[in-house]
Design a protein around this ligand. Structure first.
Ligand code: BGC
Length: 836
């Protein structure tokens, strides 16, 4: 029997109540099974930098792949597709059926808190990398859920903000990646966002039915972002299929009643269930139906590590590489190295991912210091100095300084206590950060627990003053050597998003004098004040941390770092942000590197002419000292193999393969769209002028333009040819001939931009219409074909509400970046309203 007939048959045997039960999650991460029709439980999990699984902690580790800005920076679909396959294998290993990724909202503003989690400022690059990600994941039989539909491009007031955006910008920019990923990538699920678009909340928006389903032919499941389904009738009639999470929510009995009263047609419910069953069939959750793809086996650890290491290097963007003593600063000459100083706050603590629901727990991470030590071997002295802190917050207590009270190794003992103080449960944990969702362990309901205690023995490597504390929203009591150090109640700052309580909970700490090697018993007791985490919904979510760090003054550490730099053959400074700075739940207030990191870079550069700066952030930061250092390498949040990949690139074993997926601003706020709503509304006043083209409009220079990235070799662009006319149904193939004129093999990203100076329509100065990777050995000439889709020359016409091609001639400029194009050609196009 045909698949659709099987699905209809299974649907036909369900009562209305049974059908509607399937349309709300069974719990936070899973969907109801229905054994009578052979439907097993399906599990959903975040995404996109790994597959977290059903638990939010270190006991369920995940491969941590480069964050999306890093993936997009590779401009390499084959690589991203392979990483998608690795994610599918991870999902299978963890019993996950649908990965809540990719996030394809645009980099409208670098202040956006989830910028690191989105791919690019550009709809074409976002779409192509997004398609590759989805294809890789789904090739492994796991569903990809593309999110967040739509215009969820910043975080301030994210549950309620009403984004006011014109039809043209919506179609050409914000909907465009979803459209291509649904049509070409064949995504099996889409997530409807929290925000409103032009007055209607996303989960009730007519675009779900009219655009996504009817116009684009999407046949998968539209699920709500977590707690974004807020109504019975409007959401059910609008085309939302699945309200997440569950088991409570606005559907259930209320939807049954709405159908019985005729307020929601039963056919709408049937369509939702059919979509859910189609998804189940695809992922292999429907008995008797062959899945869309054979499930993939877990990758061997070394294969995964190799992919993550190469993947990280492929996204690194070398934005500056000036000469020192007549030769480029990078790659480093290994034979000339005796002493290397690896400095900066992010050198020892690898920042591999951003914060929020994208969090995963890798089984290991490789920091820059570790990576360089391993690569350089015992013959080279690698010194580390932190220099300054990248955050004012006290970090989670490092595992190496914690010992279980029973002497059973590194870690802590967690005790769950009832209101009468009796012990209800216990866990041995290898972390100082704790999160539980809905229950403490498999058998312990949250309602039975009044307080959680962490017991450990702290042992520090250096005598001196340390800061010991706790973070959590609620009641915290810290006991050090049996004496109460503080007993206090914390609160979130007024107006903060509740997710802040999860991502950067309020902290309290005390200075304590500790002796090297001495074991000090420490206990932190936490009573959650409330368990809210997601809007107004009641979520049982408990999260807190034990914090510990040496009390040090930045002034002393700056001196030390400058001295280490002065005595080294080369100084590598790793600056950046953290997952508490770049996170879901809030936007950034500033693009400056946190703390005194700019000062650190200047001090190091003054001490050593061979200063290489590595920027470890998921989104643009300001680099006011860029001209004062010979080399700047943007590493993003590159996943768990960070340090190894960095060593490969610095030492020249691999080239930095990335190109910027987003323009890098030179200053705060200049030419950048605002992320701050006014009276609940966020107006996208800039319309289609987002990203690099906004700088042209303002006559301003960014720090580094879109598409920029140097690699380790040089290229001559020799010739471009295009067909005289573009076929509106198929687009055109532009051929570019180029030569590697450097001394190393390399990969170039050939970029094609269109412009239309005589246009009757308002347009960006130029915009990306195609790109292709070209690999060549030194001296070798290669020819690449760049596909220019007809859509990329079309615009959305607000009067006819249709895609339109303006008759005439488009200029196509070819080169290395938005700001550097050496070749150009022209292509003629017949006007009209092509249908896609
Ligand atoms: C986020 C989604 C995520 C979901 C589940 C929401 O708060 O916006 O991206 O998939 O939580 O964790």
């Amino acid at each position: 029997m045909e698949l659709e007939a099987v699905l209809r048959e299974r649907l036909g045997s369900l009562s209305l109540e049974e059908k509607i039960r399937l349309l709300t999650g069974a719990d936070f991460w899973s969907l109801y099974p229905e054994p009578a029709i052979g439907l097993r439980r399906m599990v959903l999990s975040d995404g996109p930098a790994g597959v977290r699984g059903e638990r939010w902690d270190e006991r369920d580790p995940s491969a941590n792949v480069p964050s999306p800005t890093a993936l997009a920076a590779s401009w390499d679909e084959a690589r991203v597709e392979r990483i998608g396959r690795l994610l599918a294998a991870e999902a299978r290993r963890k019993g996950v059926d649908v990965l809540l990724a990719p996030t394809v909202n645009l980099h409208r503003s670098p202040y956006g808190g989830r910028h690191f989690e989105c791919l690019s400022e550009d709809p074409l690059l976002t779409a192509r990398i997004g398609v590759a990600y989805v294809r890789g994941v789904q090739a492994g039989g796991v569903g990809a859920c593309v999110k967040h539909f739509v215009a969820n491009d910043s975080e301030t007031d994210r549950f309620t903000v009403d984004v006011r955006v014109g039809e043209r910008a919506l179609r050409e920019l914000y909907l465009a990646p979803f459209e291509v990923i649904v049509r070409d990538g064949g995504a099996w699920a889409v997530m409807a966002a929290y925000n409103s678009i032009n007055g209607t909340t996303a989960t009730e928006h007519p675009m779900l039915q009219r655009v996504l389903k009817d116009e684009w032919g999407f046949d998968g499941v539209v699920m709500s972002d977590w707690y974004a389904a807020r109504s019975t009738e409007p959401a059910a009639n609008a085309g939302l299929d699945l309200a997440m999470p569950g088991p409570s929510g606005p559907w259930g009995d209320r939807l049954v009643a709405a159908v019985r009263d005729g307020r929601v047609p039963e056919a709408a419910v049937d369509d939702k269930v059919l979509r859910l069953l189609r998804l189940a069939a695809r992922v292999g959750a429907l008995e008797g139906v062959d899945p869309a793809a054979r499930p993939v086996a877990p990758w061997p650890d070394d294969a995964a590590a190799a992919e993550l290491r190469q993947g990280a290097a492929a996204g690194f963007v070398l934005v500056r590489n000036a000469d020192v003593d007549g030769a480029p600063a990078l790659p480093l000459d290994r034979s000339a190295l005796r002493r290397v100083a690896v400095l900066g706050p992010n050198a020892e603590v690898a920042r591999t991912l951003g914060g929020g629901s994208a969090t995963v727990f890798p089984s290991y991470t490789v920091s820059p210091v570790e990576g360089l030590r391993a690569a350089l071997g015992p013959g080279v002295q690698v010194d580390h100095g932190r220099g300054v802190r990248s955050t004012d917050r006290l970090p989670v207590a490092p595992l190496a300084l914690l010992g279980r009270p029973d002497g059973g190794g590194a870690g802590v003992e967690v005790r769950f206590l009832a209101a009468d103080g009796s012990l209800r449960g216990q866990e041995d944990r290898a972390t100082g950060a704790f999160t539980w969702l809905n229950r403490f362990g498999p058998d312990l309901p949250m309602a039975e627990v009044a307080a959680v205690e962490v017991h450990t023995r702290v042992r520090v490597p250096e005598t001196g003053t340390w800061r010991l504390g706790g973070s959590g929203l609620g009641h915290l009591r810290l006991t050090v050597a049996e004496r109460v150090a503080f007993d206090t109640v914390t609160e979130l700052p007024a107006g903060a998003d509740p997710v802040e309580g999860l991502m950067r909970p309020p902290q309290r700490w005390v200075p304590v004098e500790l002796r090297a090697g001495q074991e000090v018993p420490v206990a932190l007791r936490y009573q959650p004040e409330d368990t809210g985490g997601f809007g107004e919904a009641e979520v049982a979510l408990v999260t807190f941390q034990l914090n510990l760090a040496r009390q040090a003054s930045d002034d002393d550490e700056l001196e030390e770092a400058a001295a280490l730099a002065a005595g080294a053959d080369v100084a590598v400074v790793v600056v950046g942000t953290t997952e508490e700075v770049e996170s879901e739940g809030f936007d950034r207030d500033s693009l400056a590197l946190p703390g005194r990191q700019d000062e650190l870079v200047r001090r190091v550069a003054a001490a050593n002419p061979r200063a290489v700066v590595v920027v470890n952030s998921g989104a643009p930061v300001l680099l006011p000292w860029a001209d004062a250092v010979p080399a700047v390498l943007v590493a993003w949040f590159p996943g768990q193999e960070f340090g190894n990949a960095l060593a490969d690139v610095l030492l020249g074993d691999r080239e930095p393969g990335g190109r910027l997926p987003t323009v890098w601003p030179a200053a705060e706020h200049a030419h950048l769209p605002s992320t701050r709503p006014v009276d609940g509304r966020l107006s996208y006043d800039e319309s289609i002028h987002v990203g690099n083209c906004a700088y042209d409009r303002a006559g301003a220079e960014p720090a580094f333009c879109f598409g920029h990235g140097l690699g380790y070799t040089a290229w001559d662009y020799l010739e471009v040819t295009a067909p005289p006319r573009l076929d509106p149904n198929h687009g055109a193939v532009v051929t570019v001939r180029l030569r590697n004129t450097g001394t190393r093999p390399g990969r170039e990203v050939v970029q094609v931009y269109a412009c239309r100076p005589d246009s009757a329509v308002e347009r960006p100065t130029r915009w990306l219409v195609g790109f292709a990777g070209a690999s060549a050995d030194p001296g070798q000439e290669v020819t690449v074909e760049v596909t220019v889709p007809a859509r990329s020359l079309a615009h959305w016409d607000g009067e006819t509400h249709a895609w339109t091609i303006e008759e005439g001639v488009f200029r196509l400029a070819v080169g290395r970046s938005y700001g550097d194009q050496g070749l150009a050609t022209e292509i003629a196009v017949a006007g009209g309203h092509p249908r896609w």
